[in-house]
Design a protein around this ligand. Structure first.
Ligand code: ADP
Ligand code: MG
Length: 225
């Protein structure tokens, strides 16, 4: 269960602060597929970063299962990200010097899992996303869709309860994008995790139990679809 109460988030970089999230309340039940819609700049990424513990919650309260994110220090927040969250970015964010297999293993390296066990689990996940034969390729030797599948395998390897995807198909053609979405939905069905997808693709709403629409950092509609 996710509860977001009275959450606001302001970026202070230039002289003018930017209020990216403005007093959001939201509840998401376990095992839900949520679509997060909204124009560019409406706060989708910021909300995902807050939910994923990438940005610290400044104002309000975010509770994800047993984790109260606003009370966690940097160390605990890192543990939350590692143990609870899988994050998929639009731009993949793979490590360029590592092979596909090594990229998938990274979270397990951080979690202190033994090398043989890491390798076995990463290999199994690459198989599941259909990339067993690309295990030793580096990101620049893979297509965009393949890179995103590696990124998904990396996000799934810790068996996260919460899977967050930020425009995961934004850089892909529509057929490749459909395959990526199918993978996320299959993972949700197999493990019952919660999946939140920020997207511009309205056709995804048909797969979601809940659609949240943002505008200027505010929720303008949060309805079961
Ligand atoms: P979306 O993902 O819907 O496009 P974002 O959450 O990325 O929206 O952005 C919301 C607002 O916050 C925008 O005005 C954007 O310029 C600003 N913003 C996002 N990230 C940062 C950042 N790291 N530093 C400063 N401003 C940011
Ligand atoms: Mg964004």
């Amino acid at each position: 269960m996710i509860t977001v109460s009275g959450v606001s988030h302001t970026y202070r970089v230039g002289p003018q602060p930017v209020r990216a999230i403005d007093d959001i309340d939201l509840t998401v039940a376990d095992g839900t597929v949520v679509c997060l819609f909204g124009p560019s700049g409406s706060g989708k990424s910021t909300l995902l970063h807050l939910l994923g513990g990438i940005e610290r919650c400044q104002v309000g309260e975010i509770i994800v299962d047993e984790w109260r994110l606003n009370t966690l220090d940097a160390r605990a927040l890192a543990r939350y990200r590692r143990q609870h969250v899988g994050f998929i970015f639009q731009a993949f964010h793979l490590l360029p010097a590592l092979t596909a297999l090594e990229n998938v293993e990274v979270p397990l390296v951080l979690a202190g899992v033994r090398p043989a066990e890491r390798r076995r689990r990463a290999q199994a996940l690459l198989e599941r996303v259909g990339l067993a034969e690309r295990a030793h390729h580096r990101p620049d030797q893979l297509s965009g869709g393949e890179q995103q599948r590696v990124a998904i395998a990396r996000a799934l390897i810790g068996e996260p309860r919460l899977l967050l995807a930020d425009e995961p198909t934004g850089n892909l053609d529509s057929a490749t994008g459909e395959r990526i979405v199918a993978l996320l939905l299959a993972e949700q069905r197999a493990r019952g995790c919660t999946v939140i997808i920020a997207t511009h693709n309205e056709t995804l709403a048909q797969h979601a139990q809940q659609c949240v629409r943002l505008h200027d950092g505010r929720v303008v509609a949060a309805v079961p679809s």
